[in-house]
Write a protein that binds this ligand. Structure first.
Ligand code: PLP
Length: 625
């Protein structure tokens, strides 16, 4: 387990147990009186046709732990509450969850429910997001904020105003100056008093990939000049009392508390300026950016690590606002944050199968053959005998090149080429002592399930969820089911270019090899695409309980079927099925002269096979060997 650094990035939720499997403590490490959950037991209970009561879900599989989500929401709120109390801050924390991080209905409903004691609300950035947020908040705390961010048209603003009419605590945050005209105009027409926020473009700039749109030239938010004009216009229309919130977001995964402090202090100054200009300010919304430590190093390097804890983040935010407001004698505002990544990342684990792509040796040369083949290659023979790795590699490459050229010229037969390949493999094995890095085929689409790896090199902990009590003898990289060039994972946390893995057979032989991708509960699902038409994974929700294995599966949904993904690209699977069945009928039910065949079993088999293909998931169907 230490090989994979599980203690660093997994605590307090994930560890290795004495059976060599990943165990889950969904309420944090102290889960007594419940026993920890063995992830392999969960997987078995929903995928194995014998144990799953016929459920037999296919991989890839997302296992969600709502208890982890509850723990995250509680930790976030208690960190801020502690900071507020210990610094004698004059107001309170009241956060929101940005639904863009994961819009799954059950996740959002859970967060609203778990957050209700803390008046925890939601942030939306588009019209569908507002609708889902309003619907979920019907069951939430009536004081919870509904923060409406993102570029807006008249329809978006109408929806946000409607939210106020429906007694949601809706804040319309202006991202562009012209949005104010919609707000002024529509609030009059709809006879509703809006509560308005401003998103400021801060001068403080995030340094990593996620901050590329921050700073003065950022995409979202208002410049100082625009803020001054918005204030003047609101005053002109007698609506300055509506301006109550200041928001900023300088990007996800802020690496250090010093950057948090810089950004928050600048925003707090702006907040105080808005107070001075006569706005009715009440809330400062520090956006997202609370990071998580994907590699457990606490180094704050790249965008995979942050050099602070949740509590240190909360203490920095509270102290920065307090210092500025005290200096300017401004009443302490309510503090809101839009922490998405830190709230949902931990609670879901993506589980997928891997199979080693080790091909049997092209040709295992016999000792006399080796001597014979190497006989004409004196340099190579001598280098191998001396154990000179560098020279052996060089001569092997030269020999291969010559032989491929010979094959292209028609001088070498395919059998001779295979012998040379076998010889070269043998030499490499002899001088390396072991196989070099192997490719493991994974039954997964990176484009669907880990788009951030491809887009911005985001690294996630990937670990076998079993066999952790056995030493991994190989090192591997992953090839997914999609394209040759990009569908590959060959960078891992810790800066490694391969991962220690167990030696396994191909799919279906010698049992499954199952890997878990951890900390991927935010962004990945909402951004994944349908490259090669591999759709969303199967999903199960697992609660800790008193049952025999300490858990209960409360919901299990198969992943998108082939019909689902075809429909997503405008095909009509029902019609396609009929067309292909019709064709089968024409071809198989009639003999040469149009006469009907008596035995139509073959036709029926073809129709059943087509039916299954439309209903099953597009991933490889594998069975436990
Ligand atoms: N708020 C806004 C406006 C965002 O754009 C984002 C995401 O980038 C977030 C909040 C969530 O940020 P994080 O996941 O870093 O908490």
């Amino acid at each position: 387990a230490s090989l994979y650094g599980i203690d660093g990035w997994g605590a307090p939720y994930f560890a290795a147990n004495s059976s060599g499997n990943i165990s889950v403590s969904p309420h944090g490490s102290n889960t007594l009186p419940h026993q920890d959950i063995d992830l392999m037991n969960v997987v078995k209970s929903v995928t194995d046709p014998k144990s799953s009561g016929g459920l037999a879900l296919q991989f890839p599989l997302i296992v969600r732990f709502p208890d982890v989500l509850k723990h995250r929401v509680e930790c976030l709120n208690s960190a801020f509450d502690f900071a507020v109390k210990s610094q004698e801050y004059g107001s309170h924390y009241q956060g929101v969850f940005p639904v863009k991080c994961n819009q799954d209905r059950f996740i959002v409903e859970d967060i609203v429910n778990f957050g209700s004691p803390f008046r925890f609300g939601l942030e939306a950035g588009s019209k569908p997001e507002i609708l889902l947020a309003m619907n979920c908040l019907c069951k939430g705390n009536p004081d919870a904020f509904l923060i409406c961010n993102g570029f807006k048209d008249a329809e978006y603003v109408s929806l946000a105003l409607l939210g106020r009419k429906l007694a949601f605590n809706t804040m319309i945050v202006l991202e562009q100056e012209h949005e104010l005209d919609f707000v002024i105009d529509l609030s009059k027409k709809m006879n509703v008093r809006p509560v308005i926020g401003l998103r400021a473009k801060l001068r403080t700039k995030q340094t990593n990939h996620y901050g590329s749109n921050s700073g003065e030239k950022g995409k979202f938010g208002l410049t100082s000049a625009q803020i001054v004009r918005v204030v003047a216009k609101l005053r002109e229309f007698g609506m300055l009392d509506c301006l109550q919130l200041l928001h900023f977001h300088i990007g996800s995964q802020i690496p250090s508390t010093s950057l948090v402090s810089d950004g928050v202090s600048e925003a707090a100054q702006l907040y105080c300026e808005l107070v001075r200009l006569g706005a009715n300010m009440r809330v400062i919304d520090v956006g997202g950016g609370l990071g998580i430590d994907y590699d457990g190093s606490k180094s704050g390097e790249g965008h995979i690590s942050v050099a602070y804890t949740l509590l240190e983040y909360a203490e920095t935010v509270v102290a920065s606002i307090r210092n500025v407001c005290d200096r300017r004698s401004v009443k302490h505002p309510v503090i809101c944050s839009e922490s998405g990544r830190a709230t949902v990342s931990h609670h879901s684990v993506l589980i997928f199968e891997a199979a080693s792509d080790v091909k049997p040796m092209a040709h295992q040369p016999k000792p006399d053959e080796i001597q014979f083949l190497l006989g004409g290659e004196e340099d190579l023979y001598a280098a191998v005998m001396r154990g000179d790795q560098e020279k052996s590699l060089l001569y092997v490459e030269q020999l291969k090149k010559r032989c491929v050229e010979g094959f292209k010229d028609g001088v070498l037969s395919i059998e001779q080429l295979a012998s040379v390949d076998g010889l070269c493999e043998w030499v490499l094995k002899a001088i390396n002592g072991s196989d070099p890095v192997q490719a493991y085929n994974i039954n997964l689409s990176m484009f669907t399930s880990t788009p951030d790896y491809w887009v911005c090199g985001q690294l996630f902990p990937i670990v076998p969820i079993h066999k952790l009590d056995q030493k991994p003898e190989a090192r591997g990289v992953f090839s997914d089911l999609t394209c040759d060039s990009d569908g590959r994972i060959d960078k891992f946390i810790g800066g490694e270019s391969s991962l220690p893995l167990h030696e396994i057979d191909s799919y279906g032989g010698g049992g499954r090899y199952l890997l878990g991708l951890f900390l991927g509960g935010s962004y990945e699902e909402s951004m994944g695409g349908l490259h090669n038409l591999f759709g969303g994974p199967s999903v199960v929700r697992v609660l800790q309980s008193d049952g025999p294995h300490g858990f209960a599966v409360t919901r299990a949904v198969p992943g998108q079927s082939t019909s689902d993904v075809l429909r997503a690209v405008q095909h009509e699977p029902e019609l396609m099925f009929e067309t292909l069945k019709h064709r089968a009928e024409e071809v198989m039910r009639t003999k040469g002269g149009g006469e009907e065949v008596e035995d139509d079993n073959e036709y029926k088999n073809v129709a059943a096979c087509l039916d299954r293909s439309f209903h099953n998931m597009p991933y490889l169907a594998t069975e436990e060997g």
